[in-house]
Design a binder for this molecule. Structure first.
Ligand SMILES: [Zn+2]
Length: 114
């Protein structure tokens, strides 16, 4: 478990992640907030926020990642193999970047509600 220092009360505590699903009447997109609280002063920290689309993107990233390892590269020269791996890692990085932007936006949106 990660130990952090609370910004508010300066006490150390262990992070215990909890989830809260926002009702669709409040936020669209089946938004789940993952957060933790300081047990000393009850200050709430939002770790990350996902919605249905972000969770789908996470799934796609995982399966693309697995696919890179499972793929059959026999018959490729070392150079071709390296090129192929680079290409796939670039795609993966773009997917991760898109997800990060999405999740940063969600976090800002949710912070405004808290
Ligand atoms: Zn605190």
């Amino acid at each position: 478990m990660d130990k952090v220092t609370c910004d508010e009360c300066q006490n150390d505590f262990n992070i215990y992640l909890q989830e809260y699903q926002y009702p669709v009447t409040q936020v669209k997109g089946y938004v789940i907030e993952t957060y933790f609280m300081c047990p000393h002063c009850n200050k709430k920290y939002i770790a990350f926020v996902t919605d249905k689309q972000a969770r789908k993107m996470q799934k796609e990233i995982r399966s693309y990642h697995n696919q890179i390892f499972k793929k059959d590269y026999t018959g490729l020269t070392e150079e071709e193999y390296k090129k192929e791996i680079d290409k796939q890692h670039n795609v993966l990085n773009i997917m991760k970047q898109e997800l990060k932007i999405k999740m940063d936006n969600l976090k800002e949106q949710i912070k405004a509600l808290n």
